[in-house]
Design a binder for this molecule. Sequence first.
Ligand SMILES: Cc1cc2nc3c(=O)[nH]c(=O)nc-3n(C[C@H](O)[C@H](O)[C@H](O)COP(=O)(O)OP(=O)(O)OC[C@H]3O[C@@H](n4cnc5c(N)ncnc54)[C@H](O)[C@@H]3O)c2cc1C
Ligand code: SF4
Ligand code: SF4
Length: 1019
Amino acid sequence: MNTTTATLPDSASHTYEQVATASNEVAGLLAKRLKTETQGEVLFSTADRGRYATDASIYQVIPLGVFVPKHAEEVATAMAICRDLKVPIVPRGGGTSQCGQTTGVGLVIDHSKHVRNILNLDLQAGTVEVQPGMVLDSLNASLKKHGVWFPVDVSTGAQATLGGMAGNNSCGSRSIAYGNMVHNVLGAKAWLSNGELLDFSQFENSNGREKQIGLFVKQLAVHHQAELQTNWPKVLRRVAGYNLDIFDNQNERPYSPDGKVNLSHLLVGSEGTLAMTQSLTLKLSELPTAKVLGVVNFNSFHKAMDSAQHIVKLGSGSLTAVELVDRTMIDLSLKIPAFAPTIRTAIIGEPEAILLVEFAGTDKEKLKRELKQLVALMGDMGLPNSVVEMVDDAPQKNLWEVRKAGLNIMMSLKGDGKPVSFIEDCAVPLEHLAEYTDALTQVFQKHGTKGTWYAHASVGTLHVRPILDMRRDGPLKMRAIAEEASALVRKFKGAYSGEHGDGLCRGEWIEWQFGPALQQAFAQIKQHLDPLNLLSPNRMVNPPKMDDTSLMRFGNNYKIIPIQTALDWSAWNVHNDAATEQTTLPGTGQDPAQGLAKAVEMCNNNGTCRKFDAGTMCPSFRVTRDEVHATRGRANTLRLALSGQLQGGLESPEVKEAMDLCVGCKGCKRDCPTGVDMARMKIEVQHHYNEKHGLQLKDKLISNLPRYAHIASQWPGLMNLRNQSPLLAKLAESLTGLSAERSWPEWKKDHFFNGPRVGVSAEEVLKASKPVVLFVDTFNGYFESENAWAAHDVLFAAGYQVHIASRTKQDTPGQHLCCGRTYLASGQVNKAKEHAQTLLEALLPFAQKGIAIVGLEPSCLLTLRDESLVMGLGEMAETVAAHAVLFEEFLEAENKVGKLDALKVKLTPAQKPILVHGHCHQKAFGLMPSVTQVIQLIPQAKVDLIESSCCGMAGSFGYEASHLEVSKQMAEANLLPSIRNNEDACVVADGTSCRHQIVDGTKRDAIHVALLLAQHLIK
Ligand SMILES: Cc1cc2nc3c(=O)[nH]c(=O)nc-3n(C[C@H](O)[C@H](O)[C@H](O)COP(=O)(O)OP(=O)(O)OC[C@H]3O[C@@H](n4cnc5c(N)ncnc54)[C@H](O)[C@@H]3O)c2cc1C
Ligand code: SF4
Ligand code: SF4
């Protein structure tokens, strides 16, 4: 064996260059063979390739194509085809890597959609074998009932795949207790690029090709023993390069507890460059049944850093995490409604930093004693009364969610300067942590920027991202800061890449870290396992420069095409100051797309929209598991379109396809950590599409409903015929595209708007002592009038003088008011604006008097607090928005100030358990607690909230034949089974379309909360 040469064969390196120029002929052949030889998805369109050209890094490299295998074996087939055609392969899981690991020319193979099963669970042995596309949290969800878990708890656990985690040698918050990925993998079956399927496990039991590989690496390790001893960082968190030290362990913690060599550890951290994982065998740990958390408040960041080395000595084995949250992060969290209440539970005064110190085990009492030791330690260190003790599970869980969202919280900064990941996971020994962070902070200052610190203080890996503008001087500054940071890492004998891997960003630093001899050894390992240089070439070996702008998402040629937007996006159109994080005034950011492009660019590809566990985002991805149907896929498509990388721009069929299954639920508005509001973007995009292609009949029919409702309701027999005749329903489907399977809302001759007048006049309410204005929307007014009457009755019973809002302008048909929602749903911004204007003019006098404007339909009322503010309706919109509340919000607020006593005594006890489904827009505005609290006004009410995403009906979405199946699948994900499983419950749903979906899917009626309360009024 020659252990001194490290060059790759010429033919192999040429392959990379050749494919990089994307020969159409090769692409065509590749796509054709994949289509004929597999059942997987073959995605070669410009938009698909663009969507897979990025991950959570700053890079963008357009691949030749994308393959989504249906079965694991198809990965081998695809590899064989690539081998024949000399096309490089880029393995991919969730695509959440931060260093560009999953960006590359060639064929991207996405394992996350289908190749994601548990293959073998052996509880006796404490092991599980999984396919690489399985997501960590879904594995842990299925293990929970057995009292075990896979403990490498990365922050991206809800979307990161185990194949990707192994690829990156990922590390969780609790690595001090459980180690990194490499410490928890017991075996890997993987294909070499020549097609051989090998079983990488214990070296001493191996034979054949596996043994040969082991011997080859062993000889390299022996040959380079001196460099291994001197150049290899001796910290837990070193993930750079290949794990040559499996034969001469340099890690703080042995890779295997028994010290035996496991060949699978060679693949861990190899970032898909050595072999393609078919399955992984993982070591399971006992799930801690008890946890306590001490939140230590520090008045200086330096003190927090300095304390970590002492805190880690506590707990005699039960200390599982010491995590940092700094002042900037605390401030940012306080500004996010979803996080503010939680972070307030953890802070005492205004700390400069907090450390989250967790002890876990099986005996809560013992852990409580350990928590007291922490309190005592801090007292000894001059910080008495600095620890918030959290013993109960719920507050701990909430705080961990905030910490896990740390990076994303930081990324919510608007403007072109963004926190950039390139030195964010350097690991230094704990005794140098304070000195290291001080010195690096000075480096940032020198370069006119700042960084926010957070993460794993227990293992010396502090995350920090300086704010850089990658379109301007960012790449230059990145290089300069990287040079100075690396000098510090060397001074403190740390690891430059301590968590997030090498990829494009740190490939060039591998030689810097380990020296030329070890780099040479890595090249030999690559050559030995992948002589064809087929697997992610030019990454760990022969990597490009980190600041090669031709590989960046916002590279030299990135330019936004000027467009005139229909909605106001100026809030995003700002510049920011890297040092102060202050942003300029709205509209000053020089975005040729008037802020829309900058709003779209807020997506940093972190992949949170691929999660399944909680929240609403993103229902269409949850059903399809397609990248194109995730918020990220949509944001990337829009970015490509707005920057001229997609022919046809916003009006292109590719953009239409990406938007098609977006239900406009606003889940992303709340759940996306950087606030990508795709529902609003969809309105803007549809507006542009309509301008070019015109409106479809179904859009006209639905959007104009508020205009013709007063006429249609006069002919209910005729209008409802379609629901009674399957033939007519079929005919209507072929004409309108609205599914024959769905019933349409029933028209009624007698409805709220032509029924007996209720409530007081405008003049009376303006003078009333307990005034309230009720805005009755088209749907509740015409189709479910009982809700409008119920709302009136409940408010009246509570002693309010209720005025029913009505038109002040009589120049258009119909007397009722409309928010314009139906027009917005199909992108008709101008028409929506007309309606909203009339509504606002009618409501303004009451809002100006401070009178609450109460609405029933979440999507209608909340339009006043959302889209109305960006349609150019000026101050009037702001004033009304400030007073527009949902029925339940109003009652909850009034109850808090003791104004509902009159109502409470009139409510009779609940007879049934109550099950609540939240409308997506209620959830997006964080209003579900109001619903449950208002229901609890009813004596003996037992309320359960269904943990569901969108119901799938989403306005007219679920009525459309082309969406029928997806709509049903969304409902079946959780909502409908929960209702079926609670036969006795009374179901409450405030959304008209949600109620419709529920009755269609379960034959059970759901009712508005106003009706529920009214039904419980003493008759
Ligand atoms: C907000 C945020 C927070 C993060 N927090 C953490 C954290 O706490 N800890 C941490 O360690 N990392 C963290 N990361 C980085 C990243 O999420 C993790 O590395 C994660 O494990 C990657 O999983 P993935 O499925 O997205 O992998 P991908 O990014 O898709 O792939 C990762 C690597 O694995 C390779 N790969 C994928 N599948 C295979 C296969 N079948 N065979 C061979 N190679 C394969 C890929 O080629 C790539 O090199 C964070 C990232 C973000 C954006
Ligand atoms: S849309 Fe939001 S959640 Fe999804 S990847 Fe982009 S930033 Fe992350
Ligand atoms: S609005 Fe809803 S469906 Fe559309 S991208 Fe956001 S979360 Fe997904």
